[in-house]
Design a protein around this ligand. Structure first.
Ligand code: NAI
Length: 276
């Protein structure tokens, strides 16, 4: 039986989420995606109008099918969390059931269960500010969107995940080394994400035989990365210092993610939870 994957954090064809979706689709998985509510309209329109068809091409020539796109805002766990101004915001008012709990309920209603959960999202409203200039609000927003969102997704999706299932997220080396410019508490958020991955792997592994991993990915000129402001420098640095000097392709990280959530990744994560 084919696996079913839910990939949170896909809103265009430039980021890691898209590449992971393609890699999983190429391996035969059914693809569901969760798209940030404010980005939903453009993404669905692009899909409908065929603007992403070139990028949907899989190695065998067929096009990746996305079975369903769910609106999602991973900073809200349920409706009680949502403030009035967000509820009535024009970009949000057009969609319903986009809190994490509601999305998990919808997926359960539509498909019953999933096998693979992918967290490919982050947001740090003050990412361009040094940590010393970051406000409490900005710091907590970064942690909420980029770290707690993984906990929340797991918490709500684990009940509908089949035993033997797996989850993966994406982290960045600024968690453990100083990368000046990766600010706003995003370095802290990635450190939390990595530490949480170890604890979540233990808890989900013991309770439901579900594996939890994170990949520390190299720099990619995605939409999110461009808002950091110096992604070109990050890419250049990485290229200069990489053992094999070549451009990093999103697909390579996509393939690593697909491997880790597949049965092939099983023994690997007994040794290390964080794979580079
Ligand atoms: P991306 O822009 O393709 O993905 C980020 C996604 O998060 C977007 O689709 C955005 O709409 C979504 N998002 C933001 N806030 C959200 C919320 N509250 N609820 C739901 N979705 C929300 O960019 P990228 O770079 O592919 O990011 C994916 C992951 O990869 C992130 O965790 C990022 O930190 C990580 N990463 C990226 C690197 C890079 O250089 N691009 C390097 C290492 C890790």
């Amino acid at each position: 039986k084919g696996k079913r994957a839910f990939i949170a954090g896909v809103a265009d064809d430039n980021g890691y989420g898209w590449a992971i979706a393609k890699s999983l689709a190429a391996a035969g998985a059914e693809i569901l995606v969760g798209t940030w509510v404010p980005a939903l309209n453009i993404f669905e329109t692009s899909l409908r109008r065929g603007k992403l068809d070139e990028s949907r091409k899989l190695p065998n020539g067929s096009l990746m099918e996305i079975t369903k796109v769910y609106p999602l805002d991973a900073v809200f766990d349920n409706l009680e969390d949502v403030p009035e101004d967000v509820k009535s915001h024009k970009r949000y008012a057009g969609s319903t059931k986009w809190t994490v709990q509601e999305v998990a309920e919808c997926v359960k209603e539509d498909f019953g269960s999933i096998d693979i959960l992918v967290h490919s999202l982050a947001n740090g409203p003050e990412v361009t500010k040094p940590l010393l200039e970051t406000s409490r609000k900005g710091y907590l927003a970064a942690i909420s969107a980029s770290s707690y969102s993984y906990i929340s997704l797991l918490k709500h999706f684990i009940p509908i995940m089949n035993p033997g299932g797996a989850a993966i997220s994406l982290t960045y080396i600024a968690s453990e080394r100083i990368i000046p410019g990766y600010g706003g508490g995003m370095s802290s958020a990635k450190a939390a994400l990595e530490s949480d991955t170890r604890v979540l792997a233990y808890e989900a592994g013991r309770s439901k035989k579900i594996r939890v991993n994170t990949i520390s990915a190299g720099p990619l000129g995605s939409r999110a990365a461009k808002s950091i402001g110096f992604i070109e420098k990050m890419i250049e640095y990485s290229y200069k210092n990489a053992p094999v000097q070549k451009e990093l392709l999103a697909d390579e990280v996509g393939n690593a993610a697909a491997f880790l959530v597949s049965p092939l990744g099983f023994c690997r994560d007994r040794k290390r939870r964080i794979c580079r």
